[in-house]
Design a protein around this ligand. Sequence first.
Ligand code: ATP
Length: 340
Amino acid sequence: MSTNAPLEHEQASDRATEQSDERSRSVVSVEGLEKTYGDGDDAVRAVEDVSFDIEPGTVVGLLGPNGAGKTTTIKAMLGLVVPTAGTVTIDGVDVHDDPRAAYRQVGAMLEGARNVYWKLTVRENLEFFAALSGRRPAAVADRHDRLLNQLALAEKADKPVNDLSRGMKQKVSLACTLARDASVAFLDEPTLGLDVESSLELQRELRRLADQESMTVVLSSHDMDVVQAVCDRVIIMNDGRVVTDDTVDGLIDLFRSQAYHITVDDLPDGVRDRLEAEFDADGFESVGDQARFAVSLPDGRALYDVMDALREADTVPASVDSIEPDLEDVFLELTGSEDG
Ligand SMILES: Nc1ncnc2c1ncn2[C@@H]1O[C@H](COP(=O)(O)OP(=O)(O)OP(=O)(O)O)[C@@H](O)[C@H]1O
């Protein structure tokens, strides 16, 4: 019998308490989510063993290459697909047991501007969507004014949506999602098709809603710059599973100073071959009369191995510069995919 048994028991119970504390603090909780479409030979397992908890007031980005399972996960959170296994709770309510209660505080924008009524004016759309959730226009008028201002739609408030540009329609769609005082918003590709200025307005408004109104936002996006700018935390999926779940800063730190540009005065072919074979070096290029290449190393010690390889070939590095990674680099490293 292990003499540590009581300690292990205490640790296990501490962990269980921590997990249950985390769940009770979280506004969205996904536990062991699995979704298989079809059956038999045609079965496609879209999502497998996906679990995460989201605290109120956080903006979480869901990233992954095409087919990674993002949409299935979001749809399962919204009750639009029935999971094969697992549970989703919102504000502590299981969405399967009591969807009406679970979604009372939830807004969603899934397919761009398609939810908006084009014959109604912008303001009428906002009032309509607020009324759908039982809010009287007078009770949400301030919120609507602020949304119209923040998203630079105030001048168009009394114009039919039909008369607006595509980017404007997209902003109206987002405003409608946010028109009632929902505490959780699910946004699928909210900046897709927006011009730079509108995208920045939208990002600013999302951050303000999270920071000042404690709104929780779950968004999917292929635009890594948007995710890096607006999200507190990133969940990256690949092949139906979560491959990483961390803060944006944490993820970038993890990859910081493990990638280097090394400049040398001379790079004989033999050394280049060895660098490629042993250290996966790439990005070979001439910089003036010097040569430069890039290496991504598993740890700091491996840098000394690269130096040794150069020294053995009588090549001395002129400079070693750490490459500052961004979210895009992290994504490529984790999924090996070109798109988010
Ligand atoms: N209704 C469906 N029937 C059968 N297979 C499906 C269905 N919906 C999605 N899939 C499959 O499930 C997997 C995950 O798809 P999903 O749409 O969730 O991924 P995604 O990460 O949102 O991709 P994208 O970025 O392309 O939208 C894919 O292999 C997809 O082909």
